[in-house]
Every structure is written in C-alpha cells, then in structure tokens.
Design a binder for this molecule. Structure first.
Ligand SMILES: Cc1cc2nc3c(=O)[nH]c(=O)nc-3n(C[C@H](O)[C@H](O)[C@H](O)COP(=O)(O)OP(=O)(O)OC[C@H]3O[C@@H](n4cnc5c(N)ncnc54)[C@H](O)[C@@H]3O)c2cc1C
Length: 466
C-alpha cells in the first residue's frame, strides 16, 4: 500500500529539484487537493509543479521507490473526484507544462504539453482555420492531459466523437519513471497493441500524460444555433429524429428542463427568448447549413406541431447567449443549491422508455425532490442532478442519495446503459462500477493496473481498489 510522504522525503525533494518545484503552502494544498465535486475534504501533503516531462518522470521514480502516493492533477474541473487528494498524497500538477508547438499544417496536428488549457488549444489553432473539437463549458480551465485522462465528451460528441478520436500520439510517464512515446503522429500503425488507448480514459491510475499530438479538424465556416421549446422528453426525442433526417451537419443536440432553466436564470440573470415557460428546451447547432433550407425546416416544425416555440440566432452574439443558457447549468446548480450529480448514458433507442420509468420511480419514491435533468441527449447522455431539499442537512442528503443511486443504476443496468457516460469513475462512482462492468471485466482492469503500477502509487483508491 502506498503512503503519504515523510517530512524527510519532501525536504529531500525540495533540495533535489528546482526552487518552487514543491509547494507546501496551506492555501495551495487546499486548492490543488480538490476538484469540482466539492464533496471530499482536500488533504494533500505537497503539490509538485514540474516544468518538463523529465521532471515528471524523475518525481515518479522517486515516489515509486519510496512507495509514496501521487495524484495526477489537471485543471481540476473533474466531476468524479478523480483529482482529489484527501490522504496526504503528493499532487502532481501539470499546470506549468502548457507549451504548444506550432501547428503541422500538412498533417493537421499539433503537439502540446499536457497542461495546455483546452480553450487555449482552440485559440492556438483558430487562425489556421483548424480546431481540436473537444468542447464543453469547462474548457477555459480543463487541460489537455485531464481531457485525455477522462476521455472527455462534451457538446460536440454527436458530430466528432470522444477525445479518444482526436489523439494521435501520447507521451506518458509510467509509475516507475519511464517515458513512453506512443504512436507519434501516425494515423496508421498496426504494430501490436495500441498502448495509447490504454491510457486514454484511465483517470490517472496507469500513468501520467505529459504531452500529446492532437489531431485537428477544419473549423466550420458558419455555425447556426437554434433554440426550441417542447412539451416533454418524448417531444425532445421526436425533434431529434426529425433533425437527423435532414441533410444538415448536426454539431450539437442538447436538452434541459424548466427546473434547470429557472436556476440558470436566477444565477446568471439571463432572459428567456420566449414569453412563456415550457417543460423542456433544446439547443441545436448545425454547421455550414444552407440558410434557406434551415429556415424552411424551422417553419415546418411549427406547422407539424413538433415544437411549442423556437428561435434561430441571427448573429454570433445571439448564438453565444443561447449557448449560455445550456452551458451555465452545471455552475448554476452548484451556485444555487447542492446538486448530487449523475452522468448516465443509454442506448439512444432506449431513452424514451428509460425516461418514463425514471420519472415514475422518482414520483413514487421521492415525490418532493427536485430533479434537474439535462444533457447531450443526442448521444444518449443524461445528466441527472438531484438537488438537496431544504429540510435535509448535507449528511442526511448524501446518505439518501446513495439509496437513490442504487435505484437509478438498477434502471440503467436494466436498459444496458452506463453509470458514467463521460465524467469517469474517480472516487464518486467507484462503489457503483459493478452496475456497468462484470466481475470478469473488473478482474482484467485490476490485472492491467497491477502490471503498470505494481506498487499502486498512482491515484490510489480511484476507479478500482487493488
Ligand atoms: C461546468 C462543467 C462542465 C463540464 N462539462 C463536461 C462535458 O460536457 N463533458 C465532459 O466529458 N466533461 C465535462 N466536465 C468535466 C471535466 O471538465 C472533464 O472531465 C475534463 O476533461 C477534466 O479535465 P481536467 O484537466 O480538469 O482534469 P482533472 O479534473 O484535473 O482530472 C480528471 C482526472 O484525470 C486525471 N488527470 C488529470 N491530468 C492528468 C494527466 N496529465 N495524466 C494522467 N491523469 C491525469 C486526474 O487524476 C483525474 O483522475 C465538466 C465540468 C464542469 C465543471
């Protein structure tokens, strides 16, 4: 079992690495020891801030020899407690490793250090008409290393797929301090197991991503953003079926309920584009659409009774205002209450039945609870947020939510879904992994972890117990 470092070990690190490499400042410990979950109390013993891959490798070698636990840390926007350090671990932050190389315009790639911020990569590529299509509300803080370690999804998955599809090469520091260069900038490379894929989505339990060669795609010339109001989830799905039949490049199909909308309006003071309230709302983004075809389609939606109301953004600032209604939800739920978050996915074909059964379950067992439902419904992903009722204290609420989670995940399992669509397992969902992974799969995961990190120093206690 790995342990917290001794004072002597930390002092030796301070002597052997450059000044400022290690911080023991209490404010920094509190900051770097937590992620967005805000459920766990941070208690790391130090924060290491390397400037190069070699420093990362050297630190890991030393920690491995001494059996010291290390928590890899990106932008700490994770929602599963994966970057939390609560047992005296050393936090290994990639925050100082943000270098981005010039773009390779022939290969449409860019190599960046793992600490590069997601949105900074977008900006870096923009003037060349290219982008890295990993996109979501936390892109201003999340890092490429964190995106890769969580195989992040987001609002554009329906068009571009998950982060995994946009990583050509990886540089990874192993627990024993080796630097692996995996796949370089190769599109094709069938030389045995693709080890790169093992580290994508591994939540820091197998190795530390230090750099990556990212695959880029063309920035669309035009993005049309539409906002619709519909009466229920069945109508959200009917509209989805309709837009998918159109000859449009559908880039995003996001939905949220009136309860989410109210909290965003309260927190962000945003106005609704509609005069009346509706049960559900949908944000649709379409790339490079023919304006006349888009307008004709929107008009036909009214005529065919597929929407209760709708609007098409006339310019980029209106588009940003409409997107803010959806992207402000996570933050607004946390700012206006205590949400218990779940991030589930279902086969798209099962969504309607699942939502009916889910509603019936909550109506019967938790009639007074406020459920804020939103998500990337176009790829089967629902964010189920249960808000703490005023009459319950935090401890009582957390106890009840565990009971709710079992009921919810039984339903997810019944419909062959996943208990974590894109946020990962971390600490938060570890007790429930068995709803999505069989005992045989868990045995393979454990064997892989033991092979790559025999002393168990990397992110101990996260994802699986070994
Ligand atoms: C408002 C908001 C909206 C969000 N929307 C989405 C969304 O739409 N889709 C989505 O997928 N996620 C979403 N997230 C979750 C989060 O932003 C993503 O999971 C993101 O990819 C995490 O990146 P990070 O750099 O913040 O990682 P962190 O939170 O720092 O870490 C996440 C995990 O990765 C590990 N890790 C971090 N860096 C490395 C590294 N270099 N090497 C190895 N392991 C590492 C950590 O140990 C941890 O287990 C959202 C979060 C917020 C707050």
């Amino acid at each position: 079992m790995p342990s917290a470092p001794t004072d002597q070990f930390l002092t030796q690190l301070e002597r052997d690495f450059a000044t400022g490499f290690l911080s023991r400042d209490p404010t920094e410990l509190a900051e770097y020891g937590r992620d967005w979950t805000r459920v766990f109390e941070p208690a790391p013993s130090a924060v290491a801030l390397p400037r190069s891959s070699d420093e990362v490798a050297q630190l890991l070698r030393r920690c491995n020899e001494a059996g010291v636990a290390v928590v890899p840390s990106g932008g700490r926007t994770g929602l599963a407690g994966g970057a939390v350090a609560k047992q005296g671990e050393i936090v290994l932050s990639l925050a100082r490793m943000r270098r981005m190389e010039p773009l390779d315009l022939n290969g449409s790639t860019v190599r960046v250090q793992a600490g590069a911020v997601t949105e900074a990569v977008h900006q870096h590529c923009k003037s060349h008409g290219l982008t890295w299509p990993v996109d979501f509300a936390s892109k201003g803080s999340s890092q490429v290393g964190g995106n890769i370690a969580t195989n992040a999804g987001g609002v554009k998955v329906i068009r571009y797929g998950l982060t995994r599809h946009w990583v050509l090469g990886l540089e990874v520091a192993t627990a024993s301090g080796e630097l692996l260069e995996l796949n370089g900038a190769l599109e094709k490379n069938n030389t045995g197991l693709d080890l790169r894929q093992l580290f994508i989505g591994s939540e820091g339990i197998l190795g530390v991503v230090t750099a990556a060669t990212l695959k880029l795609t063309r920035l669309p010339a035009r993005q049309s953003v539409l906002f619709f109001a519909v009466p229920d989830v069945a109508a959200v799905l009917a509209l989805f079926r309709d837009v998918r039949r159109m000859p449009f490049a559908l880039a995003a199909y996001e939905f949220f309920t009136e309860r989410c909308f109210k909290r965003v309006q309260r927190h962000r003071r945003l106005r609704s584009p509609f005069d009346t309230a509706h049960a559900c709302y949908v944000v649709v983004e379409i790339e490079d659409a023919d304006a006349a075809a888009l307008e004709a389609w929107t008009e036909s939606l009214f005529e065919r009774g597929l929407i209760a109301d709708g609007t098409l953004a006339q310019n980029s600032s209106q588009a940003a205002e409409l997107w803010a209604l959806r992207e402000g939800i996570s933050e607004s739920l946390s700012a206006t209450g205590l949400p218990h978050k779940n991030d589930i996915s279902l086969p798209v074909a099962k969504l309607e039945t699942f939502c009916d059964e889910f509603e019936a379950l909550f109506r019967a067992r938790y009639p007074d609870w406020e459920i804020c439902l939103f998500g990337h419904i176009g790829d089967g992903n629902l964010h189920v947020n249960v808000m703490k009722p005023d009459g319950l204290d935090k401890a009582g609420f957390l106890q009840r939510t565990s009971e709710v989670d079992h009921a919810l995940f039984e339903l997810v399992q019944k419909h062959a879904g996943s208990i974590s669509a894109e946020h990962g397992i971390g600490l938060l969902k570890k007790p429930y992994l068995g709803y999505s992974r069989s005992p045989a799969e868990l045995a393979v995961l454990t064997a892989v972890k033991r092979a790559l990190d025999p002393n168990g120093i990397l992110n101990p206690g996260k994802v699986i117990d070994v």
